[in-house]
Structures are given as structure tokens and as C-alpha cells.
Design a protein around this ligand. Structure first.
Ligand code: DC
Length: 226
């Protein structure tokens, strides 16, 4: 089998994916790719242009014409038509926008091509919802990170507070449940664990412990495919 060198890290929001994927990439000297940021950027862009989820022709036209750029630094991740959206996409309400637009096949197809091109160029750690199932199903190393709803809500609250946004745990729990349901029930590329992914429940581990586990898994899988 021809394995892809991409390390695929999937899981719901608040499972620790972003922090962990970024640090695993740094340890391995690979590139970190945040696909959620891409869905957030496109969702926000369309929403601000008042193009709704049902307006497929307008979405198609916009995808054909817009200039979508994925950068490499934390403050320059998503730029659309010359506008840097990196900070705006982290606002709490954009999570819901991204989740709603992410079920649209045209957008998924657009980003699938974009992500596959990125992953084929260099070795990378790519995180999202469907990396191990749809984008790189032949990835040699697939990790599925989870955490219980309460733990995820508290993590989200802390992340948002660091960016100056205050949201109650009750509201976050409600939003997390709604978003999980939408992301895992959608027809196309739903959030599910790939059958050959290793699941890690992160509730009782520190970030460093999870990273260590992933690096151990990666090493043993690397030995198998090289
Ligand atoms: O990881 P995140 O919270 O930034 O993702 C925002 C939304 O984007 C998420 O609710 C679903 C969607 N998404 C997706 O459908 N597929 C991905 N690979 C990444 C994100």
C-alpha cells in the first residue's frame, strides 16, 4: 500500500487537537495545518457577503473567484481577497457559522483539493474532522482525540477568555452539543473515527502526556511503513 506521510489528527472541538497537533508538528519538524481555520475563514467570508448556506450558485461563483490563502504563522493563517481573517475567525459565533457552511459539498470539495495539495507537498500534521477518513485515508498515522463534554466546555471557555471573550459554561455546553451533532450527522465527511485510527481520551492527561503518546504511536507506525 502507498501510505501518505501526513499525520491525521481528528476529533471534536475542545478535544485539544489544535494545541497538540501544533506541538507534535514542532517536535517532528513538520508543518502544522489547521483545516478548521479554513472552514471558519470561508464560512465567515460568505456570511459577511450575505451569501447564505442555501445559495449554491452564489457560493460556487464566490469559490471560483475569491483568492484564498493559507499562511504559515499564527497571526497570518487565513487571508481571503487580501483580507487577513486570522483573528476574526476565532470569535465564538464563527464556530457555528463554520459548522453550518461546512456541510456544503462545494465547499468541502474546494477545501479537499486545497488540503490534499498542501499535504502532498511536505510532511505535515493535519488536524480536522475528516482527515483520516476522507482527505488522507491512506495516512500512515491516524489519531482520534476526544474529551468529555464538560472538559471540552471548560477548555473552550479558557481559550475564549484568553482572547477577551466571556461565554458561560452552560452556553458552551449547549453549543458544543449542537455543533457535535451537526458535524457528526452530516451526510458528507461526517466527524467519525477512522477504523484504523487510535482513539485517545484526553480528559485525564496533560498536553505533554498526550503528545508523548502520539509520538510513541507515530514511531511504531513509522517503523512499520518504512
Ligand atoms: O476545528 P474547528 O472548531 O476550528 O472547526 C470549525 C468547524 O469547521 C467545525 O464545527 C466543523 C468544520 N470542520 C469540518 O467540517 N471539517 C474539518 N476538517 C475541519 C472543520
Amino acid at each position: 500500500m502507498n501510505y501518505s506521510k501526513v499525520i491525521a489528527i481528528d476529533g471534536p472541538s475542545g478535544s485539544g487537537k489544535s494545541t497538540i497537533a501544533k506541538m507534535v508538528a514542532a517536535k517532528l519538524g513538520s508543518i502544522y495545518i489547521d483545516t478548521g481555520a479554513m472552514f471558519r475563514g470561508i464560512g465567515l467570508h460568505l456570511n459577511e457577503k450575505n451569501i447564505s448556506v442555501g445559495e449554491i450558485e452564489q457560493i460556487s461563483r464566490e469559490l471560483d473567484h475569491m483568492k484564498f490563502e493559507y499562511g504559515r504563522s499564527d497571526d497570518d493563517l487565513i487571508t481571503i481577497d487580501g483580507r487577513n481573517l486570522t483573528s476574526d475567525i476565532r470569535q465564538h459565533h464563527v464556530s457555528d457559522i463554520a459548522s453550518r457552511y461546512s456541510k456544503i459539498p462545494l465547499i468541502r470539495e474546494y477545501l479537499k483539493n486545497f488540503q490534499q495539495e498542501l499535504g502532498e507537498k511536505k510532511s505535515c500534521v493535519m488536524e480536522g474532522r475528516d482527515i483520516g477518513t476522507v482527505i488522507f485515508p491512506n495516512s500512515y498515522c491516524k489519531i482520534f482525540l476526544t474529551a468529555t463534554d464538560e472538559v471540552r466546555a471548560h477548555r473552550r471557555q479558557k481559550q475564549l477568555a484568553e482572547k477577551g471573550e466571556s461565554v458561560s459554561i452552560e452556553q458552551l455546553l449547549k453549543d458544543i452539543k449542537q455543533r457535535d451533532e451537526r458535524d457528526s450527522q452530516r451526510e458528507l465527511a461526517p466527524l467519525i473515527k477512522a477504523s484504523d485510527a487510535t482513539e485517545i481520551l484526553t480528559d485525564h492527561y496533560t498536553i505533554d502526556e498526550v503528545i508523548e503518546k502520539i509520538l510513541e504511536i507515530e514511531q511504531s507506525l513509522q517503523a512499520r511503513v518504512s
